[in-house]
Ligand binder design. Structure first.
Ligand code: PXP
Length: 241
């Protein structure tokens, strides 16, 4: 299983003051030293945390791979075609949201056409393309129809649930992962994962990549980012055994 570390919130702290520190590009170096298999950044249309300069520099300096999250309908699509990261993950984006709140929806006027066009453009540029979706059968099937290489299952509801409800959410994720794999899609997962809740999910065999940001960056405040990534990687490794 691959651990991709999302460093958006290193940039959030920088943007709070509008200075040049902390630099997410430097954080990426340390995350890689801690064992990250890839670096994930979300270049939002409103540029609230990660900036164009960050992605450009990451493309030059990352020793692993860059997974660029973007909205299908934003100017970032053209930048992705130019930068050609290893992987692009299409996500829904709403200006007023604090963080990505749900997976992609496939209904509504022109929505499916817009996503199909975005997937086609990314794939034509040679970029592995993933779709961030809710863990339900319709979304998995729609992703296949759109021509995606991979799906990233939204784990937010699992992360927010407690007790029996969490168990149910884990079941949903397991079923969606099994379906995705059986259809030939690579299966990723992420959002809201922490040191405390990652184990059951990391044990799901069909899931090959986890994207984790906030929890790792939060712990990094106390332990440093290299150690924070290493500790998460170790939990995942143990769950996998
Ligand atoms: N995956 C996707 C598609 C996301 O949008 C995010 C949040 O930016 C994450 C994973 C990481 O979520 P978190 O920061 O809660 O770990």
């Amino acid at each position: 299983m691959r651990l991709y570390v999302n460093i958006d919130h290193v940039a959030t702290v920088r943007q709070a003051r509008g200075t040049d520190e902390p630099d997410p590009v430097r954080a990426a170096v340390l995350a890689e030293l801690g064992g990250a298999d890839g670096i994930t950044v979300h270049l939002r249309e409103d540029r609230r945390h990660i900036q164009d300069r960050d992605v450009r520099l990451l493309m030059e300096t990352a020793r692993t791979v860059v997974n660029l999250e973007l909205a299908a309908a934003s100017d970032v699509l053209a930048l992705a075609e130019e930068w050609r990261p290893h992987q692009a993950t299409l996500v829904p984006e709403r200006r007023e949201e604090v963080t990505t709140e749900g997976g992609l929806t496939f209904t509504g006027e022109g929505v499916r056409e817009g996503l199909t066009e975005a997937v086609r453009r990314l794939k034509d540029a040679g970029i592995r393309t993933s779709l961030f979706i809710d863990p339900d059968a319709e979304s998995v099937r729609a992703s296949l129809e759109l021509g995606a290489d991979a799906i990233e299952l939204h784990t937010g509801e699992y992360a927010n649930a407690r007790g029996a409800e969490r168990h149910e959410q884990l079941g949903r994720l397991r079923r969606a992962a099994a379906l995705g794999r059986s259809l030939g899609l690579a299966v990723h997962a992420g959002h809201g994962l922490t040191y405390e809740n990652v184990t059951p999910l990391a044990a799901v065999e069909e899931i090959e990549e986890l994207n984790i940001g906030h929890s790792i960056v939060s712990r990094a405040m106390f332990t440093g980012i290299e150690r924070a990534v290493r500790d998460m990687a170790e939990i995942i490794r143990r769950a996998r055994r």
